[in-house]
Design a protein around this ligand. Structure first.
Ligand code: B16
Ligand code: MG
Length: 214
């Protein structure tokens, strides 16, 4: 087999919290009178919370904001976002994702998460995958956000598998760049697939089953 492990991005790959991120940032931006749309939102995929705020503030031309005010804006967004996360349940894990994860596991592959999100443990609990993965590397154990490869290299190290034997699955261009920077092959979905950012650009996550077999 081509790979020994698969490292999955969370938001936009395993579950679709990306829409909740968008709505929460949009509410914050509207309140501040900052223009924010889905095109700008695509630049936030895979990017840490504070780096996302800096991207949104590129469109802000008011008085300078202190670090405390910026932290408060990020907190406001996260509080709103967490309200959406609280509504999530096992019903938010699609059958397609569940069957793909089970199929890959049956093939003997190690499965890990590599997400920029500090909310990863909470989200995995909500969708019933709390103890499913062999390793979870997330926004709580990294110092550099995607496109830096740190989150994926830490996941590979937790698994004890060399990066060249790992396949990264991503929906963000920044995440695909991070996987490549870590010396890994990358299979993309969604926005990253539309940008042809991966070694494979998929329409459905099920395609992983044939990619790893080939
Ligand atoms: P949080 P991923 C990323 O998750 C999101 O794509 C990105 O939009 C978000 O800003 C980042 O997590 C941080 O999330 O505010 O929950 O810590 O795609 O890397 O799973
Ligand atoms: Mg993502």
């Amino acid at each position: 087999m081509k790979f020994q492990a698969i490292i999955f991005d969370l938001d936009g790959v395993i579950c679709f919290t990306d829409e909740y991120h968008y709505r929460a940032w949009k509410a914050m931006a509207d309140e501040m009178g900052i223009p924010f749309d889905r095109t700008i939102n695509n630049r936030l995929r895979g990017v840490s919370r504070m780096a996302s705020l800096d991207i949104i503030l590129e469109q802000y031309h008011g008085p300078a904001l202190s670090d405390e005010k910026k932290a408060a804006l990020a907190q406001q967004k996260n509080d709103l976002y967490r309200e959406s996360l609280r509504e999530m349940s096992t019903a938010d894990l699609s059958q397609e994702v569940r069957e793909t994860l089970d199929g890959l596991r049956e093939m003997g592959l190690k499965l890990a998460i590599g997400s920029s999100s500090k909310n990863t443990p909470f989200i995995l609990g909500q969708i019933g995958l709390k103890d499913f993965f062999d390793a979870v590397s997330d926004g709580n154990n990294i110092t550099r956000s995607k496109p830096d490869p740190e989150v994926f290299l830490k996941a590979a190290a937790m698994l004890g598998i060399a990066p060249e034997h790992c396949l990264v699955v991503e929906d963000a261009v920044s995440g695909a760049e991070a996987g490549h920077a870590g010396g890994m092959k990358v299979a993309c979905l969604g926005d990253a697939a539309q940008h042809q950012a991966g070694d494979w650009n998929m329409e459905s996550i099920r395609e992983l089953l044939s990619i790893v077999k080939a």
